[in-house]
Design a protein. Structure first.
Length: 346
């Protein structure tokens, strides 16, 4: 049965169970068993069938799965979920709850396979369960995070960035997975401007017509007028003013200990943080089991839960699926919007 994306009303997503030493397989199994996400999208599982069967055992559920060798064989009218079985991760050869470089290598191969079918337009997005970045790095995928891996696999040379979405708030940052010492050197007027342009463009693609973006300060109390640092005066404020002149609805810099209160109260749709944890701490406190991470700026939609592999609770059947469900729903929404815009311009 031929099922290219043009023949389906719902978007088709590649669903990857993440690092199998963590909670991803049981989350994936539980989500497929409850069936709620099938209202949003069709799925093609990409991974090792044995990993999904392990996840079913962990979650105490049963999910009908049909093995296919090519996306064209997927039958979205059936109750069973099609899976491209890579046969690359035998659960008998790794220990759950423990990072494993060999597993990390295979997880990278699995993500690469999902990207391949996305490049061929068989799926409109990739939603994946939590990964273990260090295991993947030690396994030979020499990238600090999956976002740079995806950009490399897609041959993308332009601007891209990790963003977090929580309850309608789109949180972005100037620097991400780097040491704080290195991040300080990367906070430049040019990088702030690029980040604001990307944030604005990504939110507009998601259907937000005039995104209101608050920009966080770097130093305590926003620098206290230069008493605690002058980055706000010399770098951040000029960048905000320049982007506002370009038509981006941005304001700041605001002290980082209060800017998220403004955003969460509805005054802004997004906060641009200067470094990773400045934004992550606020959003994870706000909704740890609801936050979604997306890779902004790439041609393919990528989403994942904002939390990690949770090795401390793996296999106990208690892992919350809220963030992963939110990631799948957001991927479907972005894929639908992207398809609609392509049809408008065709």
């Amino acid at each position: 049965m031929t099922t290219s994306i043009e023949n389906t009303k719902k978007p088709v997503l590649a669903l990857v169970p993440g690092d199998p030493t963590g909670i991803g397989p049981e989350q994936t199994a539980r989500i497929l068993a409850n069936g709620r996400m099938r209202e949003h999208a069709h799925f093609i599982l990409v991974g090792d069938r044995r990993v999904l069967e392990m996840g079913m055992q962990q979650a105490g559920v049963t999910v009908p799965i049909t093995t296919i060798t090519h996306p064209s064989q997927a039958d979205f009218t059936a109750q069973s979920i099609p899976i491209i079985d890579l046969d690359n991760l035998d659960p008998n050869e790794f220990e759950i709850g423990k990072p494993d470089p060999t597993v990390g290598k295979r997880v990278g191969e699995t993500l690469s396979a999902a990207v391949d079918i996305a490049k061929e337009n068989w799926v409109q997005g990739v939603a994946f369960a939590p990964l273990h970045k260090k295991a993947m790095f030690d396994g030979g995928w020499r990238f600090p995070d999956e976002h740079q891996l995806f950009a490399n696999l897609l041959g993308h040379n332009g601007m891209f960035r990790e963003m977090n979405v929580l309850d309608g708030q789109w949180m972005s940052r100037v620097t991400s997975h780097t040491s704080l010492r290195n991040a300080l050197d990367m906070i430049t007027e040019e990088n702030i401007c690029k980040s604001l342009r990307l944030t604005d463009a990504t939110m507009r693609k998601a259907g937000i017509e005039n995104p209101r973006i608050a920009v966080a300060a770097l130093n305590p109390h926003g620098g206290e007028g230069g008493l605690f640092g002058t980055e706000e005066i010399d770098i951040i404020a000029p960048a905000v003013q320049k982007m506002a002149a370009e038509g981006i609805n941005c304001e700041g810099p605001f002290p980082s200990d209060t800017v998220y209160l403004k955003a969460f109260s509805g005054q802004y749709d997004s906060v641009l943080a200067m470094y990773h944890d400045q934004g992550q701490i606020a959003t994870k406190l706000k909704g740890f089991n609801k936050g979604v991470t997306i890779t902004a700026g790439l041609d393919v939609v990528f989403t994942t839960p904002a939390h990690g592999t949770a090795h401390d609770i793996v296999g106990r059947g208690i892992a919350d699926t809220g963030a992963f469900e939110s990631a799948i729903a957001l991927a479907a929404k972005l894929a639908n919007l992207g398809q609609s815009k392509e049809q408008e311009t065709a």
